[in-house]
Design a protein around this ligand. Structure first.
Ligand SMILES: Nc1ncnc2c1ncn2[C@@H]1O[C@H](COP(=O)(O)OP(=O)(O)OP(=O)(O)O)[C@@H](O)[C@H]1O
Length: 352
């Protein structure tokens, strides 16, 4: 099913939480919504499900209006599967009967084989006869997904489905759930707190914050081409540093003149901001530029060092963890980037 959200506004009791939200998911694609707590991710998902009305705009499925322009299709008519944080499996039913639960109108044999196929898809065929409480949290969430997929919904909506699980398991489960969804060809829209989960799962990711859908694009572009400082600050690590426009493709910085990733609209001499990710900053003993370590964060394979450079600005550097340096020590650094992401204060929304 192709999902289109067109200029949607949603809220409660006349208070708009999110407005101007537009996004499109092609048939079979998986989208994730991330953003700070309270930003309105769940509210938008609930509007797609049919549990919240729209204050403006419209939501369409394969071109048909679900809500908006005076239409409000009831949730049960939208044919969407739902998976929530608390999987709410029925405790007195076996795993297979939980999956079969929504298929009561199906012929018995067909319902049975569909439920078995969905359990197989999530890798739990051997658990069919068990009661849910004998399964781990992650297994129960996979049963919940199988149950949501069983009635052949047009798409699945997932609201923080893994948030009660530990972080390592969550990412692994996100990869498994993506594979299961792709095998059925059923698309999904998921709300999550975890960027790692969204990046593992999604074809397209949306960042919601400050009452807007700030950007809707691939995970790669969110990281490498954030649309604005909000997205740059929310997705991944890094710092925003002051820079000055040299000409329409270059900015002057404490690291010398760098090439912008887009044509600049601001006049030469204008003050702008540039984004430096920790992986753009390379530790190199032979580099002429020195920086002082002010913080270090050991992460196993690497250190995330926070470094003070000569002009007083701080940058972060991701350095392989055999380069073990103490706070207060000076180390050589250089930049390794072809283009730098530049944010111009006067730039119209949607650039770079
Ligand atoms: N039923 C409700 N009635 C009134 N206000 C609500 C209701 N549900 C949510 N809100 C408010 O709407 C805003 C958005 O909430 P929502 O749950 O959509 O955010 P979220 O981005 O999903 O947050 P989180 O990541 O913390 O789950 C919040 O300010 C919240 O307090």
């Amino acid at each position: 099913m192709r999902l289109e959200i067109d200029n949607a506004a949603v809220g409660y009791d006349g208070r708009v939480v999110l407005s101007g939200a537009s996004l499109e998911l092609a048939d079979g694609q998986i989208g994730c919504l991330i953003g700070p707590s309270g930003a309105g991710k769940t509210t938008l998902l609930r509007a797609v499900a049919g549990f919240e009305p729209l204050a403006a705009g419209c939501i369409r499925a394969d071109g048909e209006v679900l809500v908006g322009n005076g239409v409000h299709l009831a949730p049960e008519k939208r044919q969407m599967g739902m998976v929530f944080q608390d999987h709410a499996l029925l405790p007195h039913l076996s795993v297979i009967d939980n999956v079969r639960f929504g298929l009561f109108r199906w012929p018995r044999a067909k319902a049975k084989s569909r439920a078995e196929a969905m359990l197989d898809l999530v890798g739990l065929a051997d658990y069919a006869r068990r009661p849910p409480h004998q399964l781990s949290g992650g297994q129960q969430q996979r049963v919940a997904l199988a149950r949501a997929l069983a009635p052949e919904p047009r798409m699945v909506l997932l609201d923080e489905p893994f948030s009660s699980l530990d972080p390592e398991l969550r990412e692994r489960l996100a990869i498994q759930v993506r594979a299961a969804l792709k095998a059925t060809g059923i698309g999904a829209l998921m709300v999550t707190h975890s960027q790692a989960e969204a990046f593992a799962m999604a074809d397209l990711v949306g960042v919601i914050g400050e009452g807007r859908l700030q950007q809707w694009t691939t995970a790669y572009d969110l990281y490498h081409r954030p649309a604005n400082p909000f997205v740059a600050g929310f997705v991944g690590e890094g710092v925003l540093l002051p820079a000055r426009v040299v000409d329409d493709m270059h900015v002057g910085t404490g690291f010398g003149v760098l090439t912008s990733d887009h044509r600049l609209l601001s006049a030469p001499g204008s003050q702008v901001q540039m984004l430096l990710r920790p992986d753009d900053v390379i530790h190199d003993d032979d580099a002429p530029m020195q920086a002082r370590i002010v913080r270090r964060h050991f992460r196993g394979a690497d250190f995330l060092y926070t470094l003070q450079v000569d002009d007083g600005e701080q940058v972060q550097a991701l350095v392989p963890s055999h380069h073990d340096h103490a706070v207060g020590q000076d180390i050589g650094i250089r930049l390794d980037l072809e283009h730098v992401v530049v944010f111009e204060p006067e730039a119209p929304a949607g650039t770079p």
